[in-house]
Design a protein around this ligand. Structure first.
Ligand code: GN1
Ligand code: MG
Length: 372
């Protein structure tokens, strides 16, 4: 029975992939990556030119207007393509391309109403869920810097808001409080730890939004999700060659990105570990990532931008923990889970990481100060 369903599923996936295959024949479709929101597949083609592409079913419970994502992606990729044509880099750098259907559309809706889209695959590249090689740290920073640099001259209002409230920590806090008022989640040492953790950091949750409202931090374009497995490495040179996952490229603060990149890059245990005692924030990696980032980003960062980098690192780790914990309390409705306590475990990882960041505040601030 299961096998039959799988065969049926594969057949459907091949048919969907075929919509984007143009002249080539689809020879295989397999699950790909470790995304928490969308479903991602790698499609193989019998073509001598491009042998793969990435097929994704967008989670429309999260992204309510997926057409806007596609519109943003096209605006973004077009801008960067022109920039690179005009001022080529002296190293490999690639931007994922949106693939069109046979009817020249940038998405395809199947019989169930699911929203599918296809993106080119960066051939000869791979990504990592944790920092597998310390020499990757500088490259990860470089990749985020290059990403910000390449869009720094695209006016923020050119891109739509594909996910309202994304990275607005006070809104996550508000949502958490609403969920908490309704929940009857089991009390346990882990749940109590999380409740206390959030309760102790209520005021801090507003730090970046206050700075934005006071005009201290400007609205810019951001990636939104530059965790380390969204940076692609050339398999031969081990240099970063692309930043993928462009769904949340939209107006925001570059601080959300800096925080997200560092909270994921400096956590050697990874965000999926259940060995909470092993979670810590590695300041050596932080220094390398920031060095790589600032080598490219120095050109557009202001004095105030530097002043909020530490807070951004602490805040985004805390915010992700809060988002996971709220989703656990709400019954796992946002992030995909492998078991009912999965989001609770993920929340604890981010809170332990936040604690480690807080306990090394002076060192982290010094690293930032020395780099200005
Ligand atoms: C989600 O689906 P994925 O793995 O690309 C989430 C990010 C989180 C991340 C944590 C739209 O990203 O914000 O940082 O999980 N994306 C969205 O792994 O909520
Ligand atoms: Mg993502």
């Amino acid at each position: 029975m299961t096998e039959e369903i799988n065969t049926q599923n594969t057949r459907n996936l091949v048919a969907i992939a075929d919509q984007f295959a143009q002249l080539s024949k689809v020879t295989g479709v397999k699950a790909f990556g470790s995304g928490n929101i969308n479903d991602t597949f790698l499609v193989t083609l019998n073509s001598s030119k491009e042998q793969h592409f990435v097929l994704q079913r967008i989670n429309t419970q999260v992204f309510r207007q997926p057409q806007l994502i596609m519109q943003n992606m096209r605006t973004f990729t077009e801008h960067v393509r022109k920039r690179l044509q005009h001022t080529p880099l002296n190293r490999r750098w690639e931007v994922p391309r949106v693939l069109l259907t046979k009817n020249a559309q940038d998405y395809w809706k199947d019989g169930d109403g699911s929203f599918w889209r296809a993106i080119s695959f960066i051939e000869g590249s791979q990504s990592f869920d944790t920092m597998s090689d310390r020499s990757h740290a500088k490259e990860i920073g470089y990749a985020l810097g290059m990403f910000h640099n390449l869009i720094s001259d695209l006016p923020p209002e050119k891109l739509a808001d594909t996910l309202e409230g994304f990275h607005i920590t006070p809104l996550y806090l508000q949502h958490y409080e609403e969920v908490l008022a309704k929940t009857n989640a089991r009390q346990s040492a882990e749940v109590n730890y999380c409740l206390q953790f959030v309760s102790d950091r209520q005021a801090f949750a507003h730090i970046l939004e206050n700075a934005k409202a006071e005009g201290k931090l400007p609205l810019r374009l951001m990636h939104g999700d530059p965790k380390i497995n969204n940076v692609m490495f050339d398999t031969a040179t081990q240099q970063a060659v692309s930043v993928i996952d462009l769904d949340t490229v939209k107006p925001g603060l570059v601080h959300y990105d800096i925080g997200d990149c560092l909270r994921s890059g400096c956590n050697p245990a990874g965000e999926e570990t259940e060995n909470w005692e092993s979670v810590y924030f590695d300041t050596d990696l932080c220094q390398e990532i920031l060095q790589g980032y600032l080598a490219v980003a120095k050109a557009f960062l202001t004095k105030n931008d530097y002043a909020y980098i530490y807070d951004a690192i602490r805040l985004i780790a805390f915010e992700l923990g809060l988002r996971f914990f709220a989703d656990y309390l709400a019954g796992n409705v946002y992030f995909k889970v492998k078991h009912p306590e999965h989001n609770l475990a993920r929340a604890i990882v981010q809170f332990k990481l936040t604690e480690s960041i807080e306990s090394q505040e002076t060192q982290i601030r010094n690293i930032i100060k020395d780099m200005k």
